[in-house]
Each structure stands twice: as C-alpha cells, then as structure tokens.
Design a protein around this ligand. Structure first.
Ligand code: ADP
Ligand code: MG
Ligand code: MG
Length: 872
C-alpha cells in the first residue's frame, strides 16, 4: 500500500487514508485554489507505525524523502538549505475531525544556520527569529515533551523587561535572545541539545504527531464522540506560508455562515501580523472578518469568492483556515463546520430553498439528538456567570428558583406563586409532586438515568443530579457547598445542559419552535413511515406533546395518578384495608379521580389513540417507608400519644412489612397484581369507560387502547383481558370502540408472542423492563454500580438502557414481532420504553417494522426527525 500521497494525488473521497484535512487539502489543490504544496503521510502508515512498535520503516522514510523532494523542486527551496531554506508545517489530521485534540508543528526546518538565511532573504530579521522561537517552543512541547509554560514564562518576563504587552512589539534581537533561552530550557529539561538537523526534526515530528493520536485528550474525545481507536491519524507536511511578515500579512479562521445562528453571512476572525494559533490563543483580540474588507479589499474579495466556491463544492457550511502572506492569500484548511442545533436547522432549510440540497439530504444533515437543545429554557449565552458546584447534566435546560428541601414544601410554595428548585439527597417516586411543582431538580446522589433524571427529562424539566459537592441537611433545611451555607428560600439557578449550579438569578431565554424548525419537521413528517406518539400522564403533557407533533399517546402510566397528594391516602386505605368492603369503599373514592384523569387525557388527545396502561408497580411503592414509620411510632410512644392512634400506625407497619418483597422488580406487580386483586383494574376500567361515556355525550372522539403490563404467559393475558371485557360490557349499549392489548416486556413474552397475540389487539414493547430482564440487570443498580465499568472496559458498547441492545434485546423484539404478526398479520406494534426517543433505537424500530415509537413530549421532535432519517 502507498504510504505517502502528494497533495496532487489525493481527493476528497480519501478521508480514511488521508484524514479529513489531507483529503481536503488535496481536493482544494485539484480545484486550483492557492494551497501551499505538500504531502500526506497516510493513516495506514500511522497504524503500521504502531504495529511495528513505534518505529518508522525504511520504506516510509524513503517515501517521505521522495515527496519532500517534489515540494523542494516546485518551490526551488531545500529543507535545511543554507540558501533558500524550505520550512514546513507538520500537521495532524484524522479521518473524523477532532479539532485541536492532536498536535501540529510550524516552521520546521529552522536551525541556527537556516534562521540567518531566512533573515537575509526576507530582509526581515525580526520575522525570522519570531518563527524560530515559535518553532523551538512547539517542537519542544510536541516532540520533546517540555511543558508549554516553561517557555511562556520566559516570554512573559522578556515582555516585561522590554516594557511591551504584545508579542509583535518584540524586536529582532530580543526574539533571538528568546530563541537562545528556549534552547537552553530544552537542554536543561531533556539533557540534550535542540536538534539542528532538519531531516531529523521532520521524522521526529512525524512520529510525535502519530503518537498524539493516543494522548489523553484525543482518547477522551474519541470516547465521547464514538470515534473508533483503530482509525489512526494522517500527517500533513506542507510548505510554510507566513502571516507574521508584517502589516500586509495575517492569519484567520472563518465560517461561510454563522455557526451559532445559521445566518447566511461570513463569520470569523483574523489577526494582522500573526501566525497559526495566535487567533484562538487569545493573546491579542482578533478582528471580525468583515474588517478585512477595509484593510485588504482585494484579498477579502478573493477569500469571499473562494469561501462560496467551497461551500457550493462541499454543499455544506465550511470552516476555513487561511493565511495572508504579504498580500497573497493561501488556503490552509476547509471542513464541514460544526454548528448549534438552531444553526443546523436554519442552514438545512436555507440550503433547500437555495436549491443546494434536496429535502432528503437536508433531513440527514441535522443531528436528531441535537434538537433536544432547542426545546428547553436556556441560559443566555451572553451572561457570563460563575458556578458554585457542578453535577451531572441530567436534563437540559436552565431553571431559577428558591431552594426547597421537600416535595411537600415545594408544592406549598408553588401554590403561593413562588418558583422553586427542589433539592434532595436523591429522589424517590414519593417526590413526584415536588418535581411537578418545581422549576428544576437538584440532587446530591444518583446518575444521569436516576429517578430524578428520568422523570425530569420526561417532563422536559432541568435537572442536575449526582452533585457530590452538596452537603444537604434535610432536618435543618440547608445545604453546605464548601464553606458556604445556603438556606431554604435562597435563590439558585441550575443549568441541566452543563450540570452547573449558580447562586442567584441568570437571564434565561424561552424555547420556541422556530419557523424553520416547523418547516423542517414538516418535511420529516412527509417522508417518515413510523408514527410518533408520546408518553404522557397528564392533559398538560398531552397538549405539549401535540404541540410538538405527537400522533397519540403510546404510554399513559396510571401510577403517577395514584401518587398525587390528594389521592395517596385513599390509595393507602385501599391497600391497608382489612376487609373487602373497606377496600371497595376506598376504590369507590378513587374512581371519580381516575375518571377525571382519563377524561382530561382523552380530551387533550381527541381524534388520536391513547394507550392507557393499567396499574403496574408493586403496591408497597404507595406506602410510607417502614423505617420512618417505626421511628414515628417510637416517638409517639415516648410522647405518650393515645394508644389507639399508636395501634393504628402499628397495623399499617405490619401491613407494610407483609407487603415487603425481596426483589420487587421481579415481584408482585403488573398483571400479577390483577390476577390476585382484580378489583383495582376493575375500578380503572370503569373509570376509563365512564370517561368515554361522558366524552361521547359531548361528541368528543376518544380512541382508547387498554394495555396490560408484564404479561409472560398467554393465560395471564386471557384472564385479565376477560375481566376487562366484563367491565367494558357493562357499557356495551354505548357502542364504543376500544382495543385491549399488552406490553411485551419479558423475554418469555417475546418467545411466546404467537400465543399472546391470540388475546391481544396490539403489542407495545416495554424495552426498559425487557432490557432489565434480558440482561438480568436491575437498572438502578447497574447504572450506579457496574455499567460504567462495563462500558469503560468495552464489554458493552454503550448503556443498553439508552440505546437498544440490538444483539440481545433487539433479537427478542424481532422475534416477538414475527411471532405476533404470524398470528395476526396486521397486529399494531409500538415501543414505549425510553428507547422510543433515542435516534439509534428508532432506526432499529424502523428496521424491525414497528408501527410507532412513543417517547416523552420533549423528544417528539427528535423522534419525528430520527424516524425520517431512518427511512431515507
Ligand atoms: P488544528 O487541527 O489544531 O487546527 P492545523 O494543522 O490546522 O491544526 O494547524 C493550525 C494552524 O497552523 C493553521 O490554522 C494555520 O494557521 C497554521 N498552519 C498550519 N500549516 C501552515 C502552513 N503551511 N503555513 C502557515 N500556517 C500554517
Ligand atoms: Mg486547523
Ligand atoms: Mg414495565
């Protein structure tokens, strides 16, 4: 295989071999743009280098020599020549852009001799030594591992001695002195002289750039962005051009459109008399690109023309690096620009309107998971604020409010019109009403998928969790962060996109679906096959989801209704009652509440299907904590409270203990509850049908789908379904349309899906539980204790609760679909686990032929886009 390619030999399709930078440098060369000549050492050479135990082969060294000679010839210069010395840059460039993660060296080829030649030929001694000191520093840093700051300190003290603040004000002789000092630093740090042989410099630099593929930050960047480790980096060796030759020279970076807003206007910055990283390093404040028009109108015009040419050529917004040498423009890099979600959408729409892209292409251009960022209240980028603590960015968006330490208090204060942030050591389902009331949630413990996080994301509420710096005292209602103590009522802001906690108020901006986003999602709707429903438990959520384009409810969880503050005592009565009569009385009291819930939800979703899941969790989730209750009883005793009151509590405690399960996730829940206690589902079905009755009278079109959870055996479904029908039949005179179906969330249900389908009018894959039961992981324990290690050790590619595990869980889903449809050809099948809002999992759902996905309201736009992308 060829190891080294001239810029004349490559093209844009060779990213894998040449890296993105190298492929595009070749491409720009082919287009006839002003690119300094050079060549690319391929990623193959890099991988070979690592295979060979980090040694350059003779073959590679020879190929480099051959290509170097071509560059020397074309410019009439020679690397290391005492006359007309050639200087080169040695630049990293991976197949997938990893901006700034790896290393680059400029001005290579300088030594004590060639620097004098450059000074003489350019008649610019200052320039020559400016290049030399830059080179020694970069080489020292990248190749020899001498820390940056060693050099920076010298530079700073020199500037102080000379009484200047800017590098450009340093005289030639000072820069020469600086280069001597730099060499001395290298000698001191490494015990060796700075290498004077340019050939040695070049080969060492190539090796160092190869090695930078495996530096810490590059590795981390790959991990975060899922870039495979085996790609390796290419190395570009390119003749230098100089932006530091005086007032008619400069260097800059620009975007062909604004990467933050998408506005169709050049956006960028440049510096006069500067080189390389000066622009981004923040030493001098760069000027906006539009000012270049005033200073060098010719150059600006050429740059402007080339920019648009490149944008047209790549049919995407370009991020361009350029240098101006004495009034002459050179192109040093172009790549597709990274952009915010808002910009991505605007650019995609504009490019369709300008006939640059087809709609299908535009749809593929926007990263679906990025849309998330457009739908939450955000901290105004313009306000710079300092944070007091940082946790995990669990649910994006920002929120400001008064700290409250309990869910009850949160609710009370909100009723009085306050805005609050609920702060808890961790949250449990008991806190749900507090979460509903609060603007945002902050917890000390728990990960990105902890209860608080999942619930908050479901509601589109900002949440920061696992914020270890918090030291919460629930009793005294305060939290210590370092030395500071914050009390109930103190105002804080949390940023769920970064995990930052900020003291006081910060300016927030409201999210809204921009006109462009509405247009864009409309195009997605036109192509997608999968329907998109939402998981919603309240009319408010249902309305929100409709606004975002949901086509029905795929999962309405009824347990949240049981948790509401005014109902929980009745639910507890029902569970704790010692006779059938008392139990029925409690259920009768719950019925009107449930009816009201269903009425509201059906109405909000009028004309669209609503899947209602009958009660799922084990009953003890609705009861007080046994330990706390025992403590309370002890206190009552010591305070000599009336005996009957104590007895009452003791009865409750006894019942709680009897309901205790050693493994509730696999315990008495779902349809297993309904088989032992059919009365609860009976009440729920009554509530559904009496709501339907009322809606029918009002002429509102409700489309109910009743869903039975946790079925693992067809007979379970048959029994429970028969009970549902018995109640439903009491309403037969109304002639209502409804379906009864089941969740498929146990491996056994997938395997016996044909038998189950006999009794089901629809399937909905509950992939949260299916993932738990297939892996045999309890989610909370897995995510808290061992999953991170599994992902770290690459045992699993990623968290299977975020993206569906296609190898295992996926095969079961596929089997369930096939078996179900074998019995009922047109069986409607959807998915309602959290995977329903994950683009990668949505792609899988399309593949296995599901009819719809269902996800939280705030993920509906993401799902609409991802569904379209998976179909194109
Ligand atoms: P990164 O990947 O970090 O952007 P680059 O390889 O693009 O690193 O180099 C960074 C900067 O160095 C470029 O933007 C350019 O300003 C400067 N540079 C690189 N090669 C040359 C060259 N041949 N002549 C002049 N400047 C160069
Ligand atoms: Mg660059
Ligand atoms: Mg479940």
């Amino acid at each position: 295989t060829k190891l080294v390619y001239s810029f004349n030999d490559g093209n844009r399709d060779m990213r894998e071999v040449l890296g993105g930078k190298g492929a595009n440098l070749s491409d720009m060369t082919n287009l006839g743009l002003p690119v300094p000549p050079g060549f690319t050492v391929s990623t193959n050479a890099c991988n070979k280098y690592f295979e060979d135990g980090q040694k350059l082969t003779e073959e590679l060294i020879n190929s480099i020599k051959v290509e170097l000679e071509k560059v020397e010839k074309s410019l009439g210069k020679k690397l290391g020549g005492s006359k007309n010395p050639l200087l080169v840059s040695v630049r990293s460039g991976a197949p997938v852009s990893m901006p700034g993660m790896m290393d680059t060296i400029l001005n290579l080829g300088l030594n004590d001799e060639t620097v004098e030649a450059v000074a003489l030929e350019t008649s610019n001694r200052r320039f020559a030594f400016d290049c030399y000191r830059r080179f020694i520093q970069m080489y020292g840093d990248v190749v020899l591992g001498v820390p940056h700051y060693r050099f920076e300190r010298k530079l700073e003290s020199l500037k102080q001695n000379e009484g200047v603040t800017e590098d450009t004000k340093l005289k030639a002789e000072s820069l020469k002195e600086l280069s001597e000092d730099y060499k001395a630093i290298i000698k001191k740090e490494t015990g060796e002289d700075f290498p004077q042989d340019p050939k040695e410099q070049l080969l060492k630099a190539v090796e160092a750039v190869f090695a930078s593929w495996n530096n810490q930050r590059a590795k981390l960047y790959r991990q975060i962005n899922k870039i495979p480790d085996h790609y390796g980096t290419a190395v570009n060796v390119q003749a230098m051009v100089y932006g530091n030759m005086g007032e008619t020279s400069g260097t800059g970076v620009l975007f062909t459109r604004n990467p933050s807003t998408g506005e169709n206007k050049l956006y960028g910055e440049f510096l006069v008399n500067a080189q390389g990283e000066d622009v981004v390093a923040g030493i001098r404040t760069p000027k906006p690109i539009l000012e270049l028009e005033k200073i060098m109108p010719e150059v600006y015009k050429e740059l402007n023309d080339i920019s648009y040419k490149l944008e047209k050529h790549y049919r995407d917004v370009q991020d361009i690096e350029f240098t101006i040498e004495q009034g002459r423009l050179f192109m040093l890099q172009t790549r597709n620009a990274k952009r915010t979600a808002a910009a991505a959408v605007k650019i995609a729409v504009d490019m369709v309107n300008d006939n640059i892209l087809t709609k299908d292409e535009a749809i593929l251009r926007v990263d679906a998971s990025q849309l998330d960022k457009l739908l939450h209240r955000q901290i105004d980028d313009g306000s710079h604020v300092e944070h007091i603590a940082t946790g995990l960015p669990a649910s994006p968006g920002a929120a400001t409010g008064a700290l409250v330490f309990s869910a009850d208090n949160a609710e009370k204060l909100v009723e009085k019109g306050k805005k609050v942030i609920l702060i808890r050591p961790e949250t449990t389902p008991d806190d749900i009403h507090g979460i509903v009331a609060a603007e945002g949630i902050l917890t000390q413990r728990g990960g990105m998928t902890s209860h608080a996080a999942v619930v908050a994301r479901g509601m589109g509420k900002p949440c920061v969790c696992g914020c270890e710096a918090l030291n919460i005292d629930i009793m005294d209602k305060n939290v210590k962060i370092g030395e500071e103590t914050y009390n109930e009522g103190d105002i804080v802001t949390i940023d769920g996109a970064t995990g930052n906690v900020i003291s006081g108020t910060v300016k927030l901006i409201d999210p809204e679906l921009s006109d462009e986003l509405i247009t864009f999602l409309g195009w997605a709707d036109d192509v997608r096959q999968l329907n998109v429903r939402t998981n919603a438990d309240t009319p408010e959520d249902a309305n929100k989801a409709r606004e975002y384009g949901a086509e029905g409810i795929g999962l309405c969880r009824t347990e949240h209704m049981f948790m509401a503050q005014d109902r929980l005592p009745i639910v507890q009565q029902m569970i704790l009652s010692d006779s059938k009569e008392k139990q029925q009385a409690a259920l009768d009291k719950l019925l009107p509440f449930q009816k009201e819930d269903f009425y509201g939800i059906f109405k909000a979703m009028a004309g669209l299907p609503v899947t209602i899941r009958l009660l799922d969790p084990p009953l003890h989730e609705f009861l007080p904590n046994a330990e706390e209750l025992a403590k309370e009883i002890n206190e009552m005793k010591s305070e000599a409270k009336p005996a009957y009151k104590i007895k009452e509590k003791e009865q409750i405690l006894k019942r709680i203990k009897s309901l205790h399960e050693s493994n509730p996730m696999l315990g008495h829940r779902g349809c297993r509850l309904a088989i032992v206690h059919p009365e609860i589902y009976d009440m729920q079905v009554h509530a559904i049908f009496s709501a339907l009755e009322e809606l029918k009278k009002e002429g509102i079109d409700a489309i109910p789908e009743i869903m039975i959870p946790l079925v693992g055996e067809a007979k379970e479904l048959k029994i429970v379904k028969d009970n549902v029908l018995k109640v439903a039949n009491q309403y037969s005179h109304l002639d209502l349309d409804y379906k009864v179906g089941t969740m498929i969330e146990l491996p056994r249900a997938c395997v016996t899906a044909d038998e189950i389908a006999e009794h089901a009018e629809f399937f909905s894959f509950g992939t949260n539980d299916l993932t738990q039961t297939t892996f045999g992981y309890s989610r909370d324990d897995a995510e808290g204790k061992f999953l991170p290690a599994y992902i770290d050790k690459k045992i699993l590619p990623e968290n299977p609760f975020v993206s569906i595990d296609e190898k295992g869980v996926g095969v079961l889903v596929d089997l369930g679909v096939a078996k179900g449809r074998k019995v009922k050809k047109n069986l409607k099948i959807g998915i309602c686990g959290e995977h329903g809002g994950d683009p990668q999992s949505i792609n899988f759902c399309q593949k296995v032929g599901l009819d719809y996905v269902s996800c939280s309201p705030f993920r509906v736009p993401i799902a609409r886009l991802a569904a379209a992308q998976s179909y194109i």
